[in-house]
Design a protein around this ligand. Structure first.
Ligand SMILES: C[S@@+](CC[C@H](N)C(=O)[O-])C[C@H]1O[C@@H](n2cnc3c(N)ncnc32)[C@H](O)[C@@H]1O
Length: 278
């Protein structure tokens, strides 16, 4: 396990993933009933953008830094930006929330946050970062086991983020297996799988597997920052979202063109499609 998210925190892919995550949580919160947030590959929880790892790559400069301080932010970014402002009250962008911290800060008092991280050092830091919030449980186990270990939840409503490092060739297939495990145990689970886009041809099998997953509905959202034939580069990223809450598609249709314009580097773009329609 060599991957350390601190090198990539706040990059364009994090911005897409984390804004969509805050919208999933906001839309789930329209109903009073509680829900559980599950994170199979949680990372550290929060990151220092002035730390050694983040400054070595500077990826956040082409990501969250492009949103910081802007006056024309779309309404859909408000929850995400509010967390950032609370973490950086002096107006300097330094601390960045990972998915655990965003979920912890945007869920309600009666919701639960169930996190899992396998890397021993990152797991210890995640525990320390989440300390003191009794709604949060941190597990230091195997991410691929989370759907079978933790679903169904007592609340009968859940959002699950699957966000592995994609260091190994089989991780796309394992994401689809985890999606199947999740919906077989609790069919209504909202499952968001994040995935990198380098060369679209590498994704053909993944799209086919998603289409055959048996999810009731599956929406695919992609944001590009470079032309898709650019070699050796993270040209974009996507989220495959099973059981997206009502209203998400319309929100994203408004948000994605703005994100593509704001985060595009050599060439911004976006796409959204139902892989499984109702
Ligand atoms: C992309 S990062 C997660 C970022 C986090 N979800 C966020 O948005 O802030 C992937 C994480 O998965 C962890 N990891 C790698 N293999 C794992 C496994 N098999 N089970 C659980 N965690 C794993 C890595 O240590 C890393 O922290």
């Amino acid at each position: 396990m060599n991957y350390r998210h601190a090198f990539h925190a706040g990059n364009h892919a994090d911005v897409l993933k984390h804004i969509v995550l805050t919208r999933l949580i906001a839309l789930m919160s329209r109903k009073e009933q509680p829900f559980a947030y599950l994170d199979t590959h949680a990372g550290l929880g929060l990151y220092d953008l002035q730390g050694d790892q983040a400054t070595r790559t500077g990826e956040y400069l082409e990501g969250v830094a492009r949103l910081w301080g802007r006056k024309d932010l779309p309404a859909m970014t408000a929850d995400y930006m509010q967390v950032l402002h609370k973490m950086n009250p002096d107006g300097q962008l330094r601390y960045y929330p990972g998915s655990p911290e965003l979920a912890r800060r945007t869920t309600r008092a009666h919701d639960r946050v169930l996190l899992n991280e396998k890397h021993p050092e990152d797991g210890v830091m995640l525990k320390a970062n989440m300390k003191g919030d009794r709604r949060v449980a941190v597990h230091l186990g195997e991410g691929w086991h989370v759907p079978r270990a933790l679903l169904p939840v007592a609340e009968k409503r859940a959002v699950m983020l699957i966000d592995p490092p994609f260091e190994k060739l089989d991780e796309m297939q394992r994401c689809v297996e985890s999606l199947k495990d999740a919906i077989s145990r609790m069919r209504q689970t909202v499952v968001a799988i994040w995935y990198p886009i380098k060369d679209k041809r590498q994704l053909r099998r993944f799209y086919q597997d998603l289409a055959a997953s048996g999810a009731p509905k599956l929406l695919q959202v992609e944001l590009f920052v470079h032309p898709l034939d650019t070699p050796n580069s993270l040209n974009g990223s996507g989220l495959a979202i099973a059981n997206p809450p009502w209203g998400l598609e319309e929100e994203l249709r408004e948000l994605l063109p703005w994100l593509a314009k704001t985060l595009g580097q050599t060439q911004g773009g976006w796409q959204m499609e139902w892989i499984i329609a109702e």
